[in-house]
Design a binder for this molecule. Structure first.
Ligand SMILES: Nc1ncnc2c1ncn2[C@@H]1O[C@H](COP(=O)(O)OP(=O)(O)O)[C@@H](O)[C@H]1O
Ligand SMILES: [Mg+2]
Length: 579
């Protein structure tokens, strides 16, 4: 609860003025039947004459105008308060997700995050708006009308008092059944969003595998489940309305019955009975609204819980405890000391096991190993995309945990295996590496990545608009753009995770050549599938099943490392066979 105060505070005036205006409306509403009684009993039957009726009429019109002003003003401030609240909350939620570590991101799927950012927050926003408008109004009306009923005729009011507890019990049971169903409903909405999001981002793969039918079925299933769970929840809710109507009718009947008798006996006037029936409606309607609020709040509670989950997620990778927040990466030395790592802490098997390794400033190191051997995992530990479980990773002899994340990641450029470009021009994308880069620098580093040529051949050159994810360039072109983007950052350590897999060997050789010339002082780690991509590296590391099984240059490894020579000959054989 305290967490939400922050979002109320900036809109506090709206949060207070709104309900106050609503109270004006409530007072008018409660007074109206009384004025009506006056017209009937004193004006019509009491013989006070037309002038009294007109005076009462004018009073009623003024009251109605005040009610209208209160109602409109109340609604205005309720909207202002609730949208402001939601806006700030959404912003914080988004920022929190930006702070997520890779491990945190692995925990949630994108669809669920989107649902939480949109639908769940809207749910809370609507609830607040409703609360501000009717949460005071309904109980206010209920209490006001009850008091008036007792003032007018205490005996008759007892009828109402009998109905309220009965209704309350019924509403309680409806809610108890409804709450878990709302939680399920929201989960199903998550599932639908996840399916949709996954499909939409990967529609090309779906089409190339002719999986449309499968995807349609998957969507249909998620959609049907959402429908069913919604109906399941709503089935309970729809009982509320008829229950209320029955209660309302029975009570009215009882009041007319007892009240009619009293009128016949002369102990009550027709005006009082009219006012009384009005109050009964007010009481029961406000009861209905209260139950509706409680019911919807059970749904909102489910949403609020999901929002809270994100806000309370422990960011498991921060630089709060870093000892040297102000230092930057200067030389580019890397050291792994007895490093163990796994993604799921419950798994027994390590993804990386007892890694010991020193990479000197300016060195070029290749990493080779079968898929799943842990190459990507190994290099992701250097810019601290994940944290080690045991041992330590040092950059320039300082534990990576002791750098400010910003400084560390600025010093370590990584071209991830699954890299993406963003919608925008090529130049904008390249400038991600360095916002202040001028055109000459951009051209120079694009040239190093062997990207300048093909970029210049586009009609719009560097101003070419890239589609979402960079769909309008080829795989190899995309990889070269990603390399150029990382180069522009001019980090001390550069890591290429399989970044030239889609680039032809001749172009790749040119890229390697320019790296050798232009990145002399930069430590380079190159993960590759092809031995030819790393054979001229100062050192090659061979990974197998999370362990280092070989280290040395190409010639040494061919002699000493079985895993390496196996990979080498399998690739050479292929070449021979192909030619
Ligand atoms: N984000 C992740 N969550 C859980 N397991 C992962 C994740 N990424 C990789 N793995 C697992 O870790 C192991 C090593 O993967 P990875 O380092 O990507 O291998 P490589 O890059 O050598 O192909 C594999 O068994 C893989 O399934
Ligand atoms: Mg990999």
């Amino acid at each position: 609860m305290r967490r939400y105060w922050k979002y109320v505070k900036p809109y506090l005036s709206a949060f207070i003025i709104g309900p106050i205006l609503i109270i004006v409306e409530v007072i008018g509403e409660v007074l109206m039947p009384l004025l009506l009684r006056n017209v009937i009993d004193y004006g019509v039957s009491g013989g006070r004459g037309i002038s009294y009726i007109i005076a009462m009429g004018i009073t009623m019109v003024i009251t109605a105008l005040c009610m209208m002003a209160g109602g409109v003003g109340g609604a205005y401030f309720a909207i202002k308060a609730s949208t402001g609240f939601a806006n700030d909350l959404r912003k914080d939620l988004f920022n929190q997700i930006q702070k997520f570590s890779f491990t945190n991101i692995d925990q949630y799927n994108t669809g669920s995050l989107i649902t939480r950012l949109t639908n769940d927050i809207t749910q809370v926003q609507n609830m607040i708006q409703m609360m501000l408008r009717i949460a005071l109004r309904a109980p206010g009306m209920l209490i006001g009308a009850l008091i008036m009923a007792f003032v007018l005729n205490p005996k008759l009011a007892l009828v109402i008092l009998c109905v309220i507890p009965l209704l309350s019990v019924a509403i309680y049971f409806i809610m108890k059944v409804a709450f878990p169903r709302f939680t399920i409903m929201q989960k199903k909405l998550d599932a639908l969003n996840t399916t949709t999001q996954e499909n939409l981002t990967n529609i090309r793969v779906v089409k190339s595998f002719v999986r449309e039918q499968y995807e349609e079925d998957k969507f249909k299933k998620a959609n049907t489940e959402l429908k069913d769970s919604t109906i399941n929840a709503m089935n309970v809710v729809i009982f509320t309305m008829p229950l209320m109507l029955i209660a309302m009718n029975i009570t009215t009947l009882a009041v007319v019955w007892f009240g009619g008798n009293q009128i016949v006996a002369g102990s009550m006037t027709p005006g009082v009975l009219t006012a009384f029936i009005n109050y009964i409606f007010q009481i029961l309607i406000s009861l209905m609204i209260v139950s509706f609020i409680i019911l919807s709040s059970s749904r909102t509670l489910a949403s609020a819980k999901r929002i809270n989950e994100i806000l309370c997620t422990d960011i498991d990778l921060t630089d709060e405890k870093a000892l040297h927040k102000d230092i930057a990466v200067q030389y580019g030395k890397i050291e792994f000391r007895g490093v163990y790592f796994k993604y799921y802490k419950n798994n027994e098997k390590w993804v990386l096991e007892n890694i010991n390794l020193v990479i000197n400033p300016g060195e070029t190191v290749g990493i080779i190993g079968s898929t799943g051997s842990g190459k990507s995992s190994l290099v992701q530990l250097i810019p601290r995309l994940y944290d080690v479980d045991r041992g330590e990773v040092l950059v320039d002899d300082v534990n990576v945990k002791d750098y400010a994340l910003k400084n560390l990641r600025n010093g370590v450029g990584i071209v991830l295996q699954k890299n993406v470009l963003f919608s925008g021009t090529i130049k904008e994308n390249l400038k991600w590496g360095n916002q202040d880069a001028n055109d000459d620098e951009i051209y120079q580093w694009a040239e190093s990545a062997q990207a300048h040529g093909f970029i210049s051949s586009f009609p719009d050159g560097y101003e070419t608009e890239l589609g979402q994810g960079g769909v309008n360039v080829s795989g190899g072109q995309k990889q070269r753009l990603c390399i150029a983007r990382a180069l522009l950052k001019r980090p001390k350590i550069l890591i290429f995770d399989d970044s030239t897999s889609a680039v032809d060997t001749a172009t790749e050789a040119k890229i390697r050549e320019s790296f050798k010339k232009e990145l002399k002082g930069t430590t380079k780690i190159i993960i590759a599938q092809r031995i030819s991509s790393v054979s001229d590296a100062d050192r090659i590391i061979v990974l197998d099943d999370g362990k280092i099984v070989g280290m040395g240059n190409h010639a040494e490894l061919l002699q000493s490392c079985e895993a390496y020579s196996e990979i080498y000959y399998s690739q050479v054989d292929k070449k021979v066979a192909a030619s």
